[in-house]
Design a protein around this ligand. Sequence first.
Ligand code: ZN
Length: 245
Amino acid sequence: MIGRTHATSGAVAVLAVVPLLRQHGVPVDGWSVPVAAVVGAGSAMLPDLDHPSGTIARSVGPLTTGLARAVGFCLGGHRNGTHSLLGLALFTGLGVLAADTGGITLGLYLAFLFAIASAAMHVSLVTVPVLHTVACLVVGAALTRGALFESFSPAVVPWAVGIGTTAHLVGDMATVQGCPLFWPFWKHRFNYASLSTNHFTERFVVGPALTFVAIYLVVDEVGGVDMLGPAWKAAVEVVRSVVPA
Ligand SMILES: [Zn+2]
């Protein structure tokens, strides 16, 4: 699967599970909805951080290239440990740690996930890499500060990391290469379909459909449909007051 499909499927998976999380007492409202979407999209890119020459590894320059080299070295190279249940547990554990620590650590973690998600979507905030890194840090800080102002609970973060990473594994298991779920104990690669990466259906059907669903879910979960009502009415009132009868 290409990065963009992974990132959007991660966001969609997390947003689709939001009602279930709420039912089980995980607070996901207001500001935590976009945070959950960003974390879902970014986490759905984490497993591919095992390849120093990949798009994700190059997203924040030498910082991510070095990280990818270290991750690849520790977890058996490309499409091994990061694509296993062990990798899923490690990534989710880091999410728990970031959410528990909060503050700057959470901000940096969110900035990092935003950076790799935007790299996957080919959305570059600015073309100069250093400025792009700074922009990602600003977004991470904004997500954290917004969180503070809106008394956001980061409880959704570890859930979003786990769901986003799982979405990546499910996506890769639809391809010929599959995922070694029980690495390093059993290196069998599991797959349920044999699609090739970047095929026509993924690019022109699955990708756009996922993007549409992601946008719809964000608007819906934030209460957009209800919020649009009064906003629309107010706009009509303003136009009526300005336009002579
Ligand atoms: Zn992968």
